[in-house]
Each structure stands twice: as structure tokens, then as C-alpha cells.
Design a protein around this ligand. Structure first.
Ligand code: HEM
Length: 324
């Protein structure tokens, strides 16, 4: 599928369902990539070693703890296996997920699925910083693929990390974060900028001029107040305020129509982050944010999952080959 080819090759038997469902024919590879991950429940469920893998569960793959103000929906959370398909064309991504689910039928059932669009966070210096649905540039201070040392330190499971089967892989945290868009849209520009800690148009840190200017958390206005407010998102998320914690953010925007109970858009950020150890990265960071982030007035976390993504496959190998 990543080469733009049909699953199983062309079907000619009129008496059998075709191997490939067909909707990606002629669309090309569209830069399709597929990432797989294993959730905590694949290793054990309620103490039951379902597949004989319990002893191989990475300690890093701990269940995420509850965070203040989480409103998680079980039907949008958890899962044994994650399949993330990314492509330039949503139909190509859909085709990949659909056909993998189809091949798995009888062995695996789909638990939840989330369609995202737009890539909220830049992950390379060559990319112009995209905007999230709040209209702010997102990814300015993200780890970039050019920062190889930062990737090795914060994102990839290293050559000496345990378990050995995860070396070269990474841990994925997914959070479906609904934005209370109607409330946000009524907030003044000043309030919006104070909430994030950056200007809306340029994306400059408050007190700075350019998007990539140094974030000066010590700066104070003439009245003595911090230029970047104490509860601004970028202050609370900054590595200097979190013992050096960094994560690779790689989220997407989503919209799932509207919430008929409230007559409001059901839209937001499908937050995806990769890291070397969620217990030491996402969890403490999110604890900090969940307590005091000004952004909390405008968001609700509605889905949550954590997965161990094994290293990529070489020709002749198979996904999860290092584990199984
Ligand atoms: C809907 C929810 C969220 C929105 C709208 C949002 C938006 C933003 C924006 C606009 C920035 C500034 C630009 C940048 O450096 O990328 C930012 C930075 C950041 N965000 Fe979020 N974010 C959200 C949730 C989260 C969550 C859940 C986490 C982690 C637990 C997080 C971690 C970070 C980090 C680490 C930074 C960079 C801080 C720095 O070093 O300057 N964000 N976010």
C-alpha cells in the first residue's frame, strides 16, 4: 500500500470478493506511512496473560494515570494495537486502515478510530509552522527531525534501553482533546494570546518580535508582571519549567461534526506525542498542565491511549518481529 499497489494484486475471480477494496486505485502512494503500536492490554488484561507476552511488557508502557478534568470516553480510549496511517490524501489513509482491519477480521476488531487532518505541529525546519484550530501556530518549539541529538535523547528508545525489542522504537501517547471552540471564539485577542503566551499572527513569544525568538520567561512588564503570564501554556510546557522534559508532538486537527446536545462543533486537537518514556515525559508534563494551564478553560480531554511502537521493519522482517 505504501508503494501505491493493490492489496493482494489484481483480482480476477468474479465469484470471490476482490482482495483490495479498490478506493485507492489510481491515487498513488500519496506518501502513505503506517505506524504500529502495542497497548498495555496486549500484554495483560486484568492480570490475565492473554498472549503469553506479559513478561515482555516494557515498564515504560504503564497505564496513563487519570488527570484532573479528564472527561475520557472509554469508546475512544485504550486498545491492544494501534495503526496510524498518514498520507497526503485521506482516501489513501482510509484505504490502508480499512484493508488492514479487513485482513484482521475474525482475529481483531476495531475499537475506535479517529480521522485527523492538517498536521497541527511542524516536525521539520523545512516546514512552515501550521496552525491548529485555535488559529495559533503550533510546533514552533517542537523537536525537529534535524535535531538528531534531541531525538536520540527524548524520542527513540536507545541502544541500551530495556526491553531490547523496543530499541529503535518509540512510545506514542494519543489524546483526543476537544476544543470548546464557541467559548474560545468569544475570548478577546489579548486573552487568547495570554493563554498561549505567543502572538496569534506571527507566533512570537509575548515580549518578542519573531516566531523563533528566544522565549524569555523571566521578562517582566513595567508594572512588574511576567510578560508571559504565569499560567500561559508555553510557560507551563517549557522544558525549563519541567526539569528538561521534551516530547515530539505530531498531532492533527479533527472535526467530528457537531455535538447535538449543545449545538456546538465537536472539534479539536488529536494530540499525538512520541517519546522515550511516557512515565517520565508525557505524564509529569500533563500533570503540570492539567493543574494550572490557562488553556484548560477552552479544552477537554475526551480520549486517551498509550502504545509501544516497535522499530521499523526491514525487507523480509515483519511488524513486531523483535517482540514475537
Ligand atoms: C488543544 C490542546 C493544545 C493546544 C491548542 C496547544 C497549543 C500549543 C501552541 C500554540 C504552542 C506554541 C507553539 C509551539 O511551540 O508549538 C504549544 C507549545 C507546546 N505545547 Fe501545546 N497545545 C495543546 C496541548 C498540549 C499538551 C496536552 C501538551 C503536553 C502534555 C502540550 C505540550 C506543549 C509543549 C511541550 C510546547 C512547547 C513549549 C516550549 O518549549 O516553548 N501541548 N502548544
Amino acid at each position: 500500500m505504501c508503494a501505491g499497489e493493490e492489496v493482494g494484486g489484481p483480482s480476477e475471480d468474479p465469484a470471490a470478493p476482490p482482495d483490495d477494496t479498490g478506493e485507492a486505485l489510481g491515487l498513488g502512494p500519496a506518501r502513505l506511512t503506517i505506524t504500529f503500536g502495542f497497548g498495555p492490554t496486549l500484554f495483560s488484561l486484568n492480570g490475565h496473560d492473554r498472549f503469553g507476552l506479559a513478561s515482555k511488557r516494557p515498564v515504560q508502557l504503564a497505564d496513563l494515570p487519570p488527570f484532573p478534568s479528564d472527561v475520557l470516553e472509554p469508546d475512544r480510549s485504550g486498545g491492544d494495537i494501534a495503526v496510524q496511517a498518514c498520507a497526503d490524501d485521506p482516501q489513501v489513509a482510509f484505504h490502508a486502515v480499512r484493508n488492514l482491519a479487513r485482513i484482521g477480521r475474525g482475529t481483531a476488531v476495531m475499537r475506535w478510530s479517529q480521522l485527523g487532518f492538517g498536521r497541527t505541529s511542524s516536525t521539520s525546519r523545512a516546514q512552515e509552522t501550521p496552525r491548529n484550530l485555535m488559529g495559533f501556530k503550533d510546533g514552533t518549539n517542537n523537536i525537529k527531525l534535524e535535531d538528531e541529538a534531541a531525538l536520540a535523547e527524548h524520542v527513540w528508545a536507545g541502544a541500551h534501553d530495556e526491553p531490547a525489542w523496543m530499541r529503535g522504537g518509540s512510545y506514542l501517547v494519543a489524546r483526543r482533546i476537544r476544543m470548546l471552540i464557541e467559548v474560545w471564539d468569544r475570548a478577546s485577542l489579548g486573552d487568547q494570546e495570554a493563554t498561549i503566551g505567543r502572538t496569534k499572527t506571527i507566533g512570537a513569544p509575548l515580549g518578542g518580535h519573531g516566531e523563533f525568538d528566544h522565549v524569555d520567561l523571566a521578562a517582566r512588564s513595567r508594572s512588574g508582571l511576567p510578560t508571559i503570564p504565569a499560567d500561559a501554556h508555553i510557560r507551563l510546557a517549557a522544558p525549563t519549567e519541567n526539569r528538561g522534559i521534551r516530547i515530539l508532538r505530531r498531532g492533527y486537527s479533527f472535526t467530528d461534526g457537531m455535538d447535538p446536545r449543545l449545538g456546538q462543533l465537536d472539534a479539536g486537537l488529536f494530540f499525538i506525542a512520541y517519546q522515550r518514556d511516557p512515565r517520565r515525559q508525557f505524564v509529569p508534563l500533563q500533570r503540570h498542565l492539567a493543574r494550572t494551564d490557562a488553556l484548560n478553560e477552552y479544552i477537554t480531554h475526551t480520549g486517551s491511549a498509550v502504545f509501544a511502537c516497535p522499530p521499523g521493519v526491514a525487507p523480509g522482517d515483519y511488524i513486531g518481529g523483535t517482540l514475537i
